[in-house]
Design a protein. Structure first.
Length: 501
């Protein structure tokens, strides 16, 4: 791929079929895009893990860690918002990398992201089964099948998770508009539930004495970091995982029904809203733990137990609503991204070309959605423990994609290329500096995953999964190398960078 120049694509040879080149519909409204980013970033963790975060980082450590993490991710996200102005196409990081670094680098990014997004869909689906297991253990813990990595797998759980995946696939296949409206509604319900929980908790605190869980871990039975700085670092290490989902926005940029320049504000707004959700749930949980006088060690769903201890059944109901909406928005948002990545890789000859087809009836990449759904349906049979290993491993690929996007924005913002696009305007030098800072931050997040002693260092199972996926990628690339090499520069630019969908 030639760097720094986009052809018009009007006269380029296009050997692909009409079905493969049909454009996706431009139906995504700004509110839907905001909801895709927010719902994907929040997910189930904000409702299940806060008590664990209090043990690891303490109240102040967790709040500061997530706040700092949101700012750092916001710096990286700025490059995403700006580069969308210059390249408002489907495919996101893959398209950006293809434009600036060529097809081999683009394959690496696409290979990692396709797995990452599919795994997050699958993890959210197993979270639906996990909530059902917590609420209805007598029903869900029947029909024991086998045990994987210490996790007992029951037939009802498999069926619930599979149903969630299939329903999400169908919702995405029959139309982006339906998917977008659902995402917005679910996000509104989620934000309402979180607001009620945190306001209720604050009222309880003001009525019964404003007591919080310890500011930093005490090093008791719950473990925790050895110092305040280490506690904050532990929380910052969560940032790439906690806020992953804002990058779903560029995956569907070719489907915007609004000017691409609005994307930056939507992305940063979604990160800010996600930070509010995380901080609000940490504060509410801290108040609940302090008021209840227990750390709920060993509880199946510690955060819900803590909230219910001070708010009663209504509090537990709000938690169930919140986690279900978080899971639903995560399922939907990452299914959008997973299918768009596969579609773009199909069009670019990195994967079989049928993946690039768009349904004439629904205007969606149905083949890619079916493949994403099929891949995700394997997950419930492996159990949540094994799936978490794979999701931890995919943090590497997501972080690499962050770095590539920031470097692509850095190159696009070079003064010598000012005539190619006015997307950067007079702020070109500032955006170039922000892009380089984002690239450095991405490298820092990547090092957190590998440096010995790091609070976010990957364990042995995720590292093994990473090696296996890299080897599979290398083998698959060899099988596609000829088709990818034979694709002309003009064709790749036309089907990826100049296609409207």
């Amino acid at each position: 791929m030639t760097s720094g120049h986009l052809t018009s694509g009007q006269d380029a040879p296009v050997p692909t079929t009409t079905a493969e080149m049909r454009a996706l519909g431009s139906t995504l409204k700004p509110s839907w895009v905001f909801a895709i980013a927010l719902g994907s970033a929040v997910g189930w963790g904000a409702f299940i893990l806060p008590v664990d975060w209090l043990r690891d980082g303490g109240t102040l450590g967790a709040v500061l860690g997530f706040t700092i993490g949101a700012v750092l991710i916001g710096i990286i996200a700025t490059s995403y918002g700006v580069i969308i102005r210059a390249l408002p196409v489907t495919g996101g990081e893959l398209a950006f990398t293809l434009q600036e670094f060529g097809r081999r680098h683009a394959f690496v990014v696409g290979w990692f992201l396709a797995l990452a997004y599919a795994c997050i869909v699958a993890l959210n689906a197993t979270a639906v089964a996990l909530v059902a297991r917590m609420l209805l253990p007598s029903v869900m813990e029947r029909g024991h099948l086998y045990t994987v990595a210490g996790w007992d797998i029951y037939l009802p759980e498999v069926l619930v998770a599979a149903a969630a995946i299939i329903l999400t696939g169908v919702l995405n296949a029959i139309g982006t508009e339906i998917s977008g409206r659902f995402q917005l509604l679910a996000c509104c319900i989620l934000l309402a539930a979180v607001t009620v929980i945190v306001v209720w908790a604050l009222v309880i605190a003001m009525t019964h004495g404003f007591h919080l869980a310890p500011a930093f871990p005490t090093g008791g039975s719950g473990g925790g970091a050895a110092s305040p700085l280490a506690a904050i670092a532990v929380m910052i290490a969560f940032a790439p995982w906690a806020f992953v989902g804002f990058d779903n926005v560029p995956q569907a940029a070719g489907e915007f029904d609004f000017p691409p320049r609005k994307a930056l504000g939507l992305i940063l707004g979604a990160i800010g809203a996600a930070a509010f959700v995380y901080v609000a749930m940490i504060l509410a949980s801290s108040i609940a733990v302090a008021q209840a006088g227990s750390d709920f060690e060993g509880s199946v769903w510690a955060t819900a137990e803590a909230i219910a201890a001070v708010m009663g059944p209504a509090g537990r109901g709000l938690m169930v609503i919140g986690v279900l909406m978080g899971v639903a928005t995560g399922l939907n948002g990452f299914m959008v991204s997973s299918s768009r990545i596969l579609m773009t890789m199909g069009r670019a000859h990195m994967l079989p070309s049928p993946l690039g087809r768009v349904s004439e009836r629904w205007g969606t990449p149905v083949v890619a959605i079916v493949v994403s759904t099929a891949i995700c349906l394997l997950a419930p049979f492996f159990g949540r423990s094994a799936l978490v290993w794979i999701v931890d491993m995919t943090s590497v690929g997501v972080t690499i994609a962050y770095g590539y996007t920031c470097l692509a924005a850095f190159k696009l913002a070079h003064p010598a290329r000012a005539g190619e696009s006015d997307a950067f305007g007079r702020a070109r030098p500032a955006y170039r500096a922000i892009a380089m800072i984002g690239a450095v931050l991405s490298l820092g997040f990547l090092l957190l995953l590998f440096v010995p002693g790091s609070p976010g260092r990957l364990g042995t199972p995720p590292l093994v999964a990473l090696v296996v996926w890299v080897l599979l990628g290398a083998a698959f690339f060899l099988t596609r190398r000829r088709a990818l090499a034979e694709a002309s520069e003009e064709e790749l630019e036309d089907v990826v960078l100049n296609a409207e969908g």
